[in-house]
Design a binder for this molecule. Sequence first.
Ligand code: GRF
Length: 201
Amino acid sequence: MKRFAVFASGRGSNLDAIIRSCQKGRIAHGKLALVFSDKPQALALQKAKKAGIATVCIEPSAFSSREDFDKAVLKVLGSYRIDWIVLAGYMRLLSGHFIKAYPNRIINIHPALLPSFKGVAGIKDAFDAGVKISGVTVHFVVEEMDAGPIIMQEPVRILATDTMESFAKRLHHKEHGLYSKAIETVLKGAYRISGRKVILS
Ligand code: GRF
């Protein structure tokens, strides 16, 4: 059984959905073995503890460089025998060294239809741009931000009556369903990568 870690810096609503999917057997090809955070106050850590999942928090400020921080995190992952990393609102860029240690074994969820609206403000940027359809993307992580091969996407309409909050609420709801589906697919190995494309089987 593959062992995966969820990395989260914030409130952890995606983590919540992943935990529920593990409990309900929607994620069955892997075990959520660790929740890692760079922020001691992250709600995600509390949620993980409540669910009985191991947690580790390491603060970057204790290290003089990103490489040293990443090395410390990799050491933790090694001790928990982690095979896959699932980023769920992890607000730090991973170094090339880190990504090379888990080649095509790190996935991320982005709150827009990539390659549109990359970056930390995907929801607001799409809303402000006035697009009628945005959505959610799950992708492999490569060094360039939000640029890795796309695993799954789902559209979310922006209605004329939407505020950014009401749109964000529907978008997060869509994230919660899609991420578990994508996690189970990759853990099961039901895909192959061909160039920039991920072909699901
Ligand atoms: C999500 O919108 C996700 O797409 C983005 O960060 C947010 C995390 O939210 N990468 P949560 O902490 O899972 O509630």
